[in-house]
Design a binder for this molecule. Sequence first.
Ligand code: GDP
Ligand code: CA
Length: 311
Amino acid sequence: MEDNVLALAGGVGGAKLVLGLARILPPEALVIAVNTGDDECFHGLHVSPDLDTVMYTLAGLANPETGWGLSGDTFIALSMLERYNVSTWFRLGDRDLATHIRRTQMLRQGCTLSQVTAELCHCLGVAQMVVPMSDDSVRTVVGTEAGELPMQQYFVQHHSEPKVVSIRYEGAATAQPAPGLLEGLARASTLVFCPSNPFLSLGPILAIPGVRERLQRFQGFRVAVSPIVGGMALRGPAAKIMAELGYEASSIAVARQYVGLCDTFWIDHQDAHLAPAIAQLGMKPMVGPIVMTSEADKVALARRILGLEDE
Ligand code: GDP
Ligand code: CA
């Protein structure tokens, strides 16, 4: 029987593994449910950073250096906005802006974010089903010593510097999972927790009522890849935030977030000594290279976590 995969993803770490999965699975066998807790309105436009990172990656358009935006994009519109004294700390390239214009147009016409995402993906030649976690507004708000900050202000404007004391997902309590997430889950034989930030990327998805319970009941194969290697995040503030929230910055603390949701947990060779502690959480620890630099790394890790022969 063919493996149908539902992957839960944030932006950069998520998109890397998703690209590997996309290279080895038929497009109809892969659904990616993406965090929208980072969505924000800039210049009147609805920006969905994580959806776009996944979409641009699968379309072969992503900028590998930044982890956001389109490769080779220019910033002429933004420099014109600067002349109008508009604040432009959130960088949006000219071509990227077109995506946000089209998304906002369609949302104003009454389309759901799921419908918009399907249309954008279709136009960019992305054959996999990329779905937002919800069509309802969920916003990650970071409580810091300097007060509460919406996710993008914390992450981009303040460079993740203020000390984090809490995280909440505004709107999550009344949000519904997107139809595509539920459909993907119903069809899936495998559930993949991508190596995304457990609090800022997968946390919002798990906060949507009903999602956690459905993942607990899921009968298939459930596998996660740690976003932490050797006590450090490979990119972004995951380790810093975990430490500030009082968790140890290690794969174990990530695994603890997925107890009851996931059965197999991949850690890096460097962290092999953590395997017994992960086993104690009731998960099967798997040790291997989980740092993805080249496309070959992404494909190899995707094959390995699905239990496909690699050597
Ligand atoms: P964001 O929305 O762009 O922050 O994206 P994610 O939450 O999906 O990804 C951020 C996480 O990805 C960070 O915690 C990184 O440590 C992790 N990450 C980035 N590259 C890799 C990689 O090659 N391997 C693994 N295992 N994790 C990675
Ligand atoms: Ca993100």
